[in-house]
Design a protein around this ligand. Structure first.
Ligand code: CTP
Ligand code: MG
Length: 263
């Protein structure tokens, strides 16, 4: 079998704005969430290099906090992009060792990926140049207007019930269309690519607007294969997501653990 050596890029330079705190530093079963994510890859024999993109404005703090443990695993740390995820990936791409045949990109905020998912992705990458995980969407999807509208003024009943304070509550957007769920999938990471293909994707002039790496490969007109994702590989965006993920993984929060197991 031909050589298969994967470099893993972990974008970890985000601000965690929607979480409202340092989400990558949150406790997940006694370890910071970021290290949980990195450790998904440290024991994989296919993996030849791991590169973490750190927040540029708090780079020194990040090194102080995680440098020793990341260094122990041989992880490289680069400064990521201030605002855009693709800038973080691009900066990490610059230090990917030449001998790596493939490059996987995995959100630092997805510590729940299973070993089975990584195996599925890696196996598929041996036969396809771009592979990403996706899950069927269960929500009903509708596109709504940009503007909001207030429910009709002469709705005396609503006025009587809600009064002045209710005015904002009856504002909403109008449905423009219901989007068919057929063949619609919600995409996750890790996304894995033949190294030359991802380099070509990131060498394009226009990277703006890319919310995942596959988009830039699609922009080249190259095919992208979707394999099954999994619920436990959810992205931690809000504090509620972290609670859900802890429940899925069977981890309790630090406060809920017996004192001698908190640290
Ligand atoms: N990311 C990154 N560089 C950026 C922005 C995001 O490396 N400039 C990373 C995040 O650290 C995260 C992943 O991309 O691991 C997915 O981004 P997201 O979930 O949006 O995280 P944040 O950008 O940190 O959160 P928010 O958008 O709420 O600020
Ligand atoms: Mg973000």
């Amino acid at each position: 079998m031909s050589e298969f050596r994967v470099a893993v890029i972990i974008p970890a330079a985000g601000q965690g704005t929607r979480f409202g705190a340092d989400k990558l530093g949150q406790d997940l079963g006694g370890r910071p969430l970021l290290l949980r994510t990195v450790e998904l890859f440290t024991k994989r024999e296919e993996v030849g290099a791991i590169i973490v993109a750190a927040p540029p404005e708090s780079f020194d703090d990040f090194r102080l906090r995680y440098g020793a443990q990341l260094g122990f695993h041989g992880v490289l740390i680069v400064a990521g992009g201030r605002t855009e995820r693709w800038e973080s990936v691009r900066n990490a791409l610059a230090v990917v060792p030449a001998e790596c045949t493939h490059i996987a990109v995995h959100d630092a905020a997805r510590p729940g990926a299973s070993a089975a998912l990584l195996t599925r992705i890696f196996d598929a990458a041996r036969v396809a140049d771009a592979v990403i995980p996706g899950e069927p969407v269960s929500a009903t999807l509708k596109r709504v207007t940009e503007e909001t509208f207030q429910a009709t003024e002469d709705d005396a009943v609503a006025d009587a019930i809600l009064g002045e304070a209710g005015k904002d509550a009856v504002r909403g957007r109008r449905v423009e269309a219901t989007i068919s769920r057929t063949r619609v999938v919600a995409i996750q990471t890790p996304q894995i690519f033949a190294a030359a293909l991802l380099r070509r994707a990131y060498a394009q002039e226009n990277l703006a607007g890319a919310t995942d790496d596959a988009m830039l490969v699609e922009q080249l007109g190259e095919p992208v294969l979707v394999v099954d994702g999994e619920p436990r590989n959810m992205k931690v965006t809000t504090t509620a997501d972290l609670a859900i993920l802890r429940a899925i993984l069977g981890h309790r929060s630090a406060e809920e653990r017996p004192a001698h197991k908190r640290f």
